[in-house]
Design a protein around this ligand. Structure first.
Ligand code: OMP
Length: 244
């Protein structure tokens, strides 16, 4: 199991930018605010491992969101490389199955055997993307049942594989915790402060509501990055989280 970094806070800021310069600009605006930095595929494909190392050297806790979904051997290798970067959290798709998710853990462990100064990252699994709604799940994707049932079933698989938690919408947090236990982490995107644009997200709650549901971490991108003052937006979100 990885460790829960209290000093990083419970807010994860999604650095969804096409270039590292834009990400650096936001990071300087948010200086001193307790948060994880989430690097997703857009920024990683542009800035690569060097940018992740840069964030680590600045002292940030980093969630590398590359959503691996491949055969177990490939995911094991990917997890080994990611762990060698010293990230604090990374993710895979639960749809890859128990063997694939266990392989991610094995890969991370192998990295630690090579370099004992590394710590085990938190490994979490994406359940159903927060852009998926009930109609899409049953019609387009072809999975029967409710979104909550599909998410909880993926969460159970993730737990069976020995992962630390899942990515889901805040709407499913209490069902996940009920089935998988309170210490099974939930990382929840689909966060929209009241009045902000929903965009392509389908299953959303406000930061305060997400905390009330018992989530461990909230992931916020555009409500901060596209705000007139990203710093004020982040401070307001943290304030709202504390009030709950
Ligand atoms: O794994 C993720 O982080 C993720 C999973 C998911 O189901 N939904 C989801 O939105 N995300 C990520 O969370 C962030 C949400 O960004 P905003 O919608 O701009 O707040 C993006 O970086 C997404 O890639």
């Amino acid at each position: 199991m990885g460790t829960f970094n209290q000093t990083a806070g419970r807010l994860m800021v999604a650095l969804d930018y096409p270039a590292v310069d834009e990400a650096r600009k936001l990071i300087s605006l948010l200086e001193g605010i307790p948060c994880y930095m989430k690097v997703g595929m857009q920024l990683y494909y542009a800035g690569g491992p060097d940018f992740v190392r840069e964030l680590k050297s600045l002292g940030y806790s980093v969630f590398l969101d590359l959503k691996m979904h491949d055969i177990p051997n490939t995911v094991k290798g990917g997890a080994k490389s990611i762990t060698q970067l010293g990230v604090d959290m990374f993710n895979v798709h639960a749809a890859g199955g128990v063997k694939m998710m266990s392989a991610a853990r094995e890969g991370a462990k192998e990295a630690l055997e090579i370099n004992s100064s590394l710590t085990m990252p938190l490994i979490i699994a994406v359940t159903q993307l927060t852009s998926t709604n009930q109609g899409m799940l049953n019609g387009e994707i072809g999975i029967p049942g409710t979104v909550e049932e599909a998410v909880v079933s993926y969460a159970e698989l993730s737990k069976k594989a020995g992962l630390d938690g899942v990515v889901a919408s805040p709407l499913e947090v209490s069902a996940i915790k009920e089935r998988c236990g309170l210490d099974f982490l939930t990382v929840t995107p689909g966060i929209r402060p009241r009045g902000s644009e929903v965009g392509d997200q389908s299953r959303t709650l406000t930061p305060g509501e997400a905390i009330q549901q018992g989530t461990d971490y909230i992931v916020v991108g555009r409500p901060i990055t596209a705000a007139p003052s990203p710093r004020e937006a982040a401070e307001q979100i943290i304030e709202e989280m504390k009030l709950k």
